[in-house]
Write a protein that binds this ligand. Structure first.
Ligand SMILES: *[C@@H]1O[C@H](CO)[C@@H](O)[C@H](O)[C@H]1NC(C)=O
Ligand SMILES: *[C@@H]1O[C@H](CO)[C@@H](O)[C@H](O)[C@H]1NC(C)=O
Ligand SMILES: *[C@@H]1O[C@H](CO)[C@@H](O)[C@H](O)[C@H]1NC(C)=O
Ligand SMILES: *[C@@H]1O[C@H](CO)[C@@H](O)[C@H](O)[C@H]1NC(C)=O
Ligand SMILES: *[C@@H]1O[C@H](CO)[C@@H](O)[C@H](O)[C@H]1NC(C)=O
Ligand SMILES: *[C@@H]1O[C@H](CO)[C@@H](O)[C@H](O)[C@H]1NC(C)=O
Ligand SMILES: [Zn+2]
Length: 848
């Protein structure tokens, strides 16, 4: 079949004219991502395969489940409301396909597309080898039996089914392992089955009808005892491969097959390997309450289960986290359990928890914190517990995220910690957004939830009933966690291994279930190797995205009381460089109700946090540039760093930490800005600027020397104003952005400052007409000081240099013309006034 289908696809392609570009604008843009979820930012690189999901509405349940699986898998996607008649989003871009896979929440929306759009979509799918996944949800209005419009395929709906099985010949099977039959009735009476005698269809999942009378309305066609509820269309009918589901994703096996369908239809471009790593942490060793701890027989059970699991999960080893202070604080029987654990210490892995189970963020003084850790280390040494695993976990995630820099320091100095894990980055919920990051040389891995907590210790008292635990294991949340994450670290506790030993039950059942139904290869790696593996698979997660600790209640609770979230700016002056941002900074600093950041010894009035390596220092470092609000008369703080404007990562980082900040950008004619930068570099002895004329710099071709091209880029790139502003507008609302006309700031600063004050909504309004005075010798507006004299910025500001040559000006006018047009369109869209220089520039260039 595959050969045949390939042949047919090729034939189809040959007969197919190139796909016309669709000019219609998308009907629906996906909702702006919530600020809290910035971390998962979708789709910034075009080379990443993107899935197009047609949902019924933004609230539809199946649509959300589809998206949840894509997000858990870290696949890029775009959702669209499935169009009614006549609206289809643009599918191609510069002769490239935008989407690798198309998913319809309701396959009837696909089948019933008007002929024009259906034809476009079919041609797109055939030309780019794009498959379609569709769900058939029977509802009250749908027919009981019908042919699917345009396909040699019959549907029969509203059926109750039983005895589910997987067709071992279905080509899409990858993770799914076919040798199981799920005996018994399937949930619900709204199943749809597919029937066809066309060789393009291969059943994937098959079931029997619940009762024989249900067969009565199945009509003609070869009645088989088994009916397909999920089928694979091999593309033999019309050159397009599809997978159709006769129900939604509620049934767990559909989720598994859905994951395989995505992998198959994208030629494994959207697919994880079969390797899965699990690490089971058993925390709070010795900490458990008297009466709930492990006894000798529990430790024996732990050892024997570990051995059993090793047959299925190579190198499986329980990872024990200890707090030495609580050793021997149980009943006599439990104390003998403690001793038995220590006797078998070499059979387990060990990691330090805090000595007295204190939360690290409660310690402000690193040496006091380190002292606590040393006590635990001493305990380990006295009892022969290995201390070289390089892994640690903090009680209640405290200090890991939000980062308490003292914890990182103490961990490194006392234990040489290289790896930890938390559920809190970027947030506990939703679990599918949890990610890792590296800070200060410590690799932080996401930790997954397995549903066992300190207090869940009896099977029959499991929250919601024991069947909830079994559901989670048998295809539910816990199973999906392993299915969708190549690496899962689970947290359990001492008490889960005493009492009903739910920890043993859970992981033994989980491993067996995974082995029964999937081809996944489970294994366990020591934490350091696990972390290496993690960041190999997800290198883009290495850099963290810092958020405000007080924007999440759970984070606030583990944020040091001696720190505040208020040492953060209310607005940013983002640049670009050489547009007058230093003057603006000095004018703003005159305002009695505005406080600027402290100067930096290295970068002067700029902090340059969001734009470069300073970001790695973390937010404690950033906050140290701002006064405690209680120290100053106003907490209306700001900072100015002129290279934020055109730095790729700056808007995303700024918005993650300062989602409500206001943003000021100062724009002058980009040609003048380029020239000013060139003069700035000459003044700073940049050889490329000293050895080349400005004209040579801006007109240099791609084969010019590297340093010349670097200078050229710094002259020209920031001047593509609209491009950079659009990037800020991906992360901030238009109402948060204010464009300052840099030319006007220079000629009439009082007017501009009035506009800025209104935009900031600051009181009292400060009278800049009174505060500023024009300095004739400098040719600038400066601060008016006593006696009406002027206090101006230093020598380096407002340098005097010759006019730009007319040839360079003409060249740059041409270079920036399209960018300036873009800016015009952007400012019109935003309803912001046009700077005078922009009007002038556009008028003069339109004559040339
Ligand atoms: C499939 O069934 C249709 C209608 O039942 C029939 O006309 C057709 O000949 C059949 N095709 C094959 C290949 O059996
Ligand atoms: C797993 O255990 C085996 C035998 O104990 C050992 O040879 C192997 O190196 C281990 N693998 C890893 C990745 O640690
Ligand atoms: C930290 O605590 C130690 C011991 O109490 C003390 O000697 C030291 O001065 C403290 N350091 C700071 C920075 O407060
Ligand atoms: C705040 O004021 C205290 C006491 O006047 C001073 O010691 C401290 O350095 C100030 N801190 C900041 C960040 O302004
Ligand atoms: C610039 O010119 C000087 C001599 O004027 C020369 O020594 C230097 O190597 C040149 N630098 C570059 C980068 O071309
Ligand atoms: C600001 O000061 C100038 C000069 O003293 C004065 O003419 C003007 O009325 C003042 N503006 C306001 C709004 O008070
Ligand atoms: Zn703990």
């Amino acid at each position: 079949y595959p050969l045949l289908s390939l042949l047919l696809i090729v034939l189809f392609l040959l007969s197919c004219s190139p796909l016309p570009l669709l000019l219609r604008a998308p009907l629906f843009l996906p909702p702006r991502q919530s600020r809290l979820h910035q971390v998962k930012t979708v789709d910034n690189s075009r080379t990443e395969p993107v899935v197009l999901v047609f949902v019924e509405s933004i609230y539809s349940q199946l649509g959300q489940e589809i998206v949840a699986i894509l997000e858990s898998s870290r696949f890029h996607y775009r959702t669209e409301i499935a169009p009614g008649k006549g609206d289809m989003p643009t599918l191609t871009e510069r002769n490239r396909g935008r989407y690798t896979l198309i998913i319809y929440e309701n396959v009837l929306k696909y089948v019933n597309l008007d002929a024009w759009n259906r034809d476009l979509l079919d041609k797109y799918c055939a030309e780019y080898g794009v498959g379609v996944i569709g769900f058939f949800k029977a509802n009250e209005n749908s027919l009981l039996s019908a042919q699917l419009k345009g396909f040699p395929l019959f549907l029969h709906s509203h059926l109750g089914l039983r005895d589910y099985r997987i067709n071992p010949n279905a080509p899409l099977l990858y993770i799914t392992r076919p040798n199981q039959v799920e005996q018994g009735p399937l949930p619900g009476d709204d199943w749809t089955i597919f029937q066809s005698n066309h060789s393009t269809y291969e059943p994937v999942l098959l079931a029997s009808t619940k009762s024989s009378e249900a067969l009565a309305h199945l009509g003609s066609g070869p009645l088989r005892a088994l009916h397909a509820t999920v089928i694979q269309d091999l593309g033999l009918h019309d050159g397009i491969q599809r997978v159709l589901f006769g129900n939604n994703l509620n049934y767990w096996l559909h989720k598994l097959v859905f994951v395989d369908a995505i992998a198959y239809l994208t030629g494994k471009r959207l697919c994880l390997s079969l390797e899965r790593h699990i690490l089971v942490d058993v925390d709070d060793i010795f900490v458990g309450k008297e009466g709930t701890r492990m006894k000798v027989s529990d430790v024996e059970a732990l050892l024997s289960t570990q051995n059993k699991l090793r047959a299925l999960v190579p190198n499986f080893t329980f990872n024990l986290g200890f707090s030495g202070k609580f050793y021997h604080t149980g009943t006599d029987e439990e104390d003998r359990g403690d001793d038995m654990l220590l006797q078998h210490r070499k059979d387990f892995w060990w990691f330090p928890h805090m000595w007295s189970h204190m939360q690290p963020h409660l310690f402000h003084n690193v040496s006091v914190l380190a002292e606590q850790m040393r006590l635990n280390k001493l305990f380990a040494q006295e009892h022969g517990i290995p201390t070289d695993m390089g892994y640690a976990v903090a009680p209640h995630h405290s200090g890991v995220y939000p980062v308490h820099s003292q914890l990182y320091e103490a961990w490194k100095s006392v234990w040489g910690i290289k790896v930890t894990s938390t559920e809190e980055y970027p947030h506990l919920r939703p679990a599918r957004y949890r990610r890792g990051f590296i800070h200060s040389g410590i690799q932080v891995l996401p930790r997954q939830t397995c549903g066992l907590f300190t207090h869940t210790i009896f099977y029959n008292e499991y929250p919601g009933g024991s069947k909830e635990l079994d559901k989670s294991i048998r295809g539910g949340e816990l199973f999906l966690t392993v299915l969708l994450n190549p690496i899962s670290i689970f947290m359990t506790h001492l008490s889960n291994y005493g009492n009903d030993r739910l920890g043993l039950y859970t992981f033994e059942s989980l491993v067996k279930f995974v082995q029964c139904w999937t081809n996944l290869k489970l294994q366990t790696l020591p934490p350091i190797q696990l972390a290496e593996k993690y960041f190999q698979i997800f290198p883009e997660e290495r850099d963290p995205l810092w958020q405000n600790p007080c924007h999440d209640k759970r984070h606030k609770d583990i944020w040091s009381k001696e720190k505040t979230c208020d040492r953060l700016p209310k607005f940013l002056v983002i640049g670009p460089q050489k547009t007058g941002t230093t003057a603006l900074h000095s004018f703003l600093s005159l305002h009695p109700a505005i406080t600027s950041s402290f100067p930096s010894p290295i970068t002067f009035e700029e902090i340059q946090f969001f734009s470069g390596p300073n970001y790695d220092n973390g937010i404690d470092w950033y906050m140290d540039f701002f006064p405690f609000p209680s120290n100053v008369s106003t907490d209306f703080m700001f900072e100015k760093s002129a290279n934020y404007f055109d730095t790729e990562v700056a808007p995303k980082r700024a918005a993650a930490l300062l989602p409500r900040a206001k943003i000021l950008a100062v724009l002058i004619n980009p040609s003048d800005r380029a020239y000013s930068w060139y003069q700035h570099q000459r003044a700073h002895q940049d050889p490329a600027a000293l050895n080349n004329s400005f004209h040579a710099v801006v007109t240099a071709g791609p084969s010019a020397p590297r340093d010349l091209l670097t200078l050229q880029r710094r002259c020209l790139k920031p001047g593509a104003y609209a491009t950079h502003l659009e990037r800020w507008l991906q992360h901030y609302q238009p109402s948060q952005l204010h464009i300052v006309d840099g030319a006007l700031l220079r000629s009439n600063p009082a007017l501009v400052m009035d506009g800025i004050q209104r935009f900031l909504g600051i009181t009292p309004i400060f009278n800049y007409t009174q505060a500023l005075t024009y300095d004739d010798s400098k040719g600038f507006w400066c601060q008016r000081v006593e006696g009406g004299r002027a206090k101006c910025l230093g020598k380096s500001k407002g340098r005097k240099y010759p006019e730009m040559s007319p040839e360079s000006r003409a060249f740059l006018a041409e270079h920036f013309r399209e960018h300036n047009m873009e800016l015009l369109r952007l400012l019109n869209r935003l309803g912001q006034p046009l700077p005078s220089w922009l009007r002038h520039e556009l008028q003069s260039t339109s004559w040339s």
